[in-house]
Design a protein around this ligand. Structure first.
Ligand SMILES: N[C@@H](CCC(=O)N[C@@H](CS)C(=O)NCC(=O)O)C(=O)O
Length: 229
């Protein structure tokens, strides 16, 4: 872990120990010391929310909905790229993108073991995020005037999604037996495909991945973060 991140983790947990809760009457209420800029329909933000839920960190996080396409000054000051998710911890410079935030939350929970298994999980997360990248780009392109859309790029993204799914079906999905961040990234990516690009009939073509996806969708945290609600 780099010095900067170590410092952030230390400061965040030290501050949390000191002021992480406040007394209201006789009840102790957790105090949110992290602010997550998110959008309900962002699959990257959904992944981060799933990780935070799994790590029991939601009490410490204030969620702030933003439309990154119509960003406020507050949000742009936090993330010059104007993308969600973005995490602000106390008065420290904001953290982005979603993979950096996942690392930070795992560190904060003391659950970030390095090693070969972690590298494989990062790779599966990259695969899932890559499918999401291609799907999101397709969705955005299709919202542009038809005459301005690039069929070259839409076909390239479509091919990337299909190869990504084939790679999942060929084995990566078998490694997703535990609900770790790689599984959360994959579930978010697959559900984004169903949500925004239902015309892609990937579930018939990739049945093992479809079975895994259906089971993931039964989870309470997946239901609680469903972008359709
Ligand atoms: N690599 C980034 C991607 C984040 C991203 O592209 N988020 C989209 C929403 S799904 C966004 O904020 N788009 C606004 C923009 O690109 O201006 C991550 O993993 O966080």
């Amino acid at each position: 872990m780099g010095t900067f991140l170590k410092l952030l983790v230390f400061r965040a947990s030290a501050t949390h120990d000191a002021v992480g809760s406040r007394l209201t009457g006789n009840q102790e209420e957790p105090l949110a010391i992290m602010k997550l800029y998110f959008s309900k329909t962002s699959p990257y933000a959904r992944k981060v929310l799933l990780v935070a839920r799994q790590l029991g960190q939601m009490d410490e996080i204030e969620t702030v909905p933003v439309n990154p396409l119509e960003a406020t000054d507050d949000f742009l000051a936090a993330n010059p790229l104007s993308k969600v998710p973005t995490l602000v911890v106390e008065d420290e410079p904001a953290l982005f993108d979603s993979r950096v935030i996942v690392e930070f939350l795992l560190d904060r929970a003391g659950m970030n073991d390095a090693g070969r298994a972690k590298t494989e999980m990062l790779k599966r997360q990259a695969l899932a995020d890559g499918i999401t990248d291609a799907a999101l780009a397709t969705v955005m392109e299709k919202r542009r005037p038809e005459s301005e859309q690039s069929s070259y790029w839409v076909e390239r993204w479509s091919a990337a999604i299909d190869r990504g799914l084939a790679h999942l079906e060929d084995g990566a999905v078998n490694a997703l037996e535990h609900w770790h961040f790689d599984a959360m990234a994959t579930a978010s990516a697959l559900d984004y495909l169903c949500f925004r690009l239902p015309e892609i009939d990937w579930q018939t073509k990739y049945p093992e991945t479809a079975t895994w996806y259906k089971a993931a969708c039964e989870r309470d945290d997946m239901k609680a973060t469903d972008p359709r609600d």
